[in-house]
Design a protein around this ligand. Structure first.
Ligand SMILES: Nc1ncnc2c1ncn2[C@@H]1O[C@H](COP(=O)(O)OP(=O)(O)O)[C@@H](O)[C@H]1O
Ligand SMILES: [Mg+2]
Length: 315
């Protein structure tokens, strides 16, 4: 109790990292040569970037990993000067046991271009004693001179199988019954972000049996099959019943209008309708989302959305 599962179940071995199969062997080969280049890990949140860098330092340095590893976060270190000072302090003393130390800089793409230029100089100055692992969502936001100094690895969003693997492992260890529908719900709710999936699982773990309803109820995600029914009702011209069910959903799960629009928009590609109608529906979602962001009344806008669905259905 009291432990955060994303930490408790953080991958300890290369084989614990799921869904990044094309990256792991390359990293292992680099480690064996004992001459790690600077690395860049690019990809969405919760796909294993921080975890992999921890596995790397533990493999390289064993129980001395702590003194040879510095973790910084570009978005909460208050500017490049703080980062440079910390790197300097850390890099000044040569590692007692190793040729170089490793600095992990998370969210490197949060740095401005000017800050990245300063980072590049820092990387150059300390390249004898330090290797950098830069983590970012988009490598395109990192300036070219840094990119060209790094070997870039692209992390994929976890697919359903990888996620199922991870969830089943945790469920087994925690004595939970998670059925296939619940796993699917976790996958739908987390958008390939493993941290989010594990947090959701922990949030509903007060009882042993994990159902899709429980997961949808805590995740601000709507069961897609319920939404599909509502959209079909609207397309078939049943405006009033579609509206009542949508409002019911909204109140029952205390979702905002924006939550609902996002869920509806995600569901549209898989509904039973022709391509042209789907395109129109998605366009409507975009329009209504914009109005909601601008502050329009949620109920009025959701009704307008369903009304436009009815009109699309009539064509
Ligand atoms: N590929 C993966 N395989 C297994 N677990 C993962 C994976 N990616 C993320 N996790 C889980 O999610 C948590 C957060 O992952 P993290 O490595 O911090 O993601 P990132 O740095 O890409 O945002 C980890 O502690 C781990 O429990
Ligand atoms: Mg991370």
């Amino acid at each position: 109790m009291g432990e955060i599962w994303t930490e408790k179940y953080r991958p300890k071995e290369f084989s614990d990292l799921k869904g990044q199969e094309d990256i792991i062997p390359k990293i292992q080969a680099l480690i064996e040569k004992k001459n790690l280049p600077h690395l860049m890990f690019a990809g969405p949140a919760g796909t294993g970037k921080s975890s992999l860098s921890l596995v790397i330092v533990k493999k390289m340095y064993g129980d001395k990993w702590h003194e040879n590893y510095l973790e910084l976060n570009a978005s909460d270190e208050r500017g490049i000067d703080v980062i440079r000072q910390k790197v300097k302090d850390f890099a000044r003393t040569k590692s007692l046991s190793e040729d170089f130390k490793i600095i992990f800089l998370d969210e490197a793409d949060a740095l401005t271009r000017e800050a990245q230029q300063a980072l590049r100089r820092t990387m150059e100055n300390f390249t004898k004693t330090c290797r950098f692992i830069l983590s970012c969502n988009y490598s395109s936001k990192i300036i070219e001179p840094i990119q060209s100094r790094c070997v870039v690895f692209r992390f994929r969003q976890l697919d359903e199988n990888a996620m199922a693997d991870i969830v089943k492992n945790i469920a087994r260890a925690e004595g939970l019954n998670v059925d296939d529908k619940a796993i699917k719900a976790l996958y739908t709710a987390c958008d390939g972000d493993c941290r989010r999936a594990i947090n959701l699982l922990q949030a509903v773990s007060n009882t042993k049996d994990i159902t899709e309803e429980k997961i949808y109820s805590v995740s601000r995600t709507v069961n897609p099959s319920e939404l599909k029914e509502i959209i079909s009702l609207a397309l078939a011209g049943n405006f009033i019943s579609a509206r009542d069910r949508l409002l019911d959903l909204m109140l029952k799960q205390s979702l905002s209008g924006l939550d609902l629009i996002k869920n509806i928009q995600k569901t549209i590609p898989s509904i039973n309708a022709d391509e042209k109608s789907k395109v129109k529906l998605i366009e409507k979602c975009g329009e209504i989302e914009f109005r909601l962001v601008e502050g329009s009344d949620e109920f009025v806008q959701l009704e307008a959305l369903l009304a436009s669905f009815v009109l699309v259905g009539k064509h």
